[in-house]
Design a protein around this ligand. Sequence first.
Ligand code: NAP
Length: 415
Amino acid sequence: MATTLKIGLFGFGCVGQGLYHVLNNSKGFKADIVKIAVKNKSKERPLEKSLFTFDKYEILDNPEINVIVELIDDADEAFNIVSYALSKGKHVVTANKKMVASHLKELYDLQHKYNVSLLYEASSCGSIPIIRTLEEYFDNEQVAKITGIFNGTTNYILTKTISEKLSYEDALKQAQEKGFAESDPTNDVEGFDAKYKAIIIALHSFGVFSKPEEVLNIGITALSNYDINYASEKGYKIKLIPTIKKLDNDQISIFVLPKFVDKNNHLFSVDNEFNGVIVDGEFSGEQFLKGKGAGGHPTGAAVLSDISALSYGYKYEYKKHEQHNYLEFTNDVFVKIYFRYNTEIDLQKLNFAEITERYSGGEYNYVVGYVSLQNLIDNRPYLLKNKLFVAIVGDEITNKKADILKLNKTASEKA
Ligand SMILES: NC(=O)c1ccc[n+]([C@@H]2O[C@H](COP(=O)([O-])OP(=O)(O)OC[C@H]3O[C@@H](n4cnc5c(N)ncnc54)[C@H](OP(=O)(O)O)[C@@H]3O)[C@@H](O)[C@H]2O)c1
């Protein structure tokens, strides 16, 4: 790759402008933004008019431009832009997690076919360098599990509901006023955003391709004061946690669910809009990364780091996929959950394999027990519609029903 990078930038919103600012304030690194493509013709721009275009091909077919930086908010159009650029032999940097997670295999194949590099550090947990950490530091060591807080908006809401006792609705409103949450917060609060990141991280940690439609995401929209009180009484915080875990039989389980987190967990102290990632290496043990998961400057900094990596010819090697392409994605696991419900029908729906704790009161009921992930997937629409709250309890994930009895026995012996 030529040392002087000539950039064609798509999008000049929060991250595009953040990148522009970070790039102009970074010493010792030279890259020129040749052209910026945007969408809205009537919007005022803070830079010279001649720098902007509304025609994507003015950038994509410009032979002077050797790097495409894709920072638009439309995942379908982003895929059109990125796949076209790769097929024209241009290297690409993107922050678009939905686009990357939805087309991972195609993007992997395109990079090989055209011998080009696609980097997307900013797509997963903003400024936290998780993908390059997995690619470079954990390239040979096996990873056992990855968990974390991958979404700043939900973490902000959850922090405010627990520490300031705000209601879910008031905390969401505050997050929107502060610009953390969009006017339609579905992507964040229902766990889609965290799921896209988990899918990307699962490829770099375990070499497994998974699709958004096969990975469970249940967010925090059903959270009530009953659940907050339950957590507070036990000294827990509630966090929205993606889990990516290798099981005994060379299978990988991935899901996004709220979780009760105790004070021994690194994620307990990750509050407000911050993100955190715990990588559990088979030999190195737990490594914990914390940082700003969103915002123009932190995300712009991650994009700049990828642009800089391109200047020395960096490519993801996807070593974990090359080494472990026998690992398979599965939803055939049991997890231990807290389930707050209204009626016996609600409880029957989830068909618990084992119940370890039960409460029935005048106002609400809950159980704690083991349930199959597939049952949660099948009943996701029912849970959302009826605002029934589910949260992971503890760290037990097993793919064998017999293990549940063993886990249960060990837990009661410990108690
Ligand atoms: N915001 C964050 O903190 C953050 C963090 C990590 C990753 N990301 C990801 O980064 C990307 C950009 O997010 P953002 O927050 O910067 O979005 P944003 O503020 O809404 O800006 C989006 C930009 O994309 C432009 N655009 C939309 N459709 C386009 C098209 N078809 N052709 C050319 N330009 C188009 C818009 O043009 P106009 O200016 O004309 O409207 C605007 O400049 C998204 O994929 C997002 O998921 C964001």
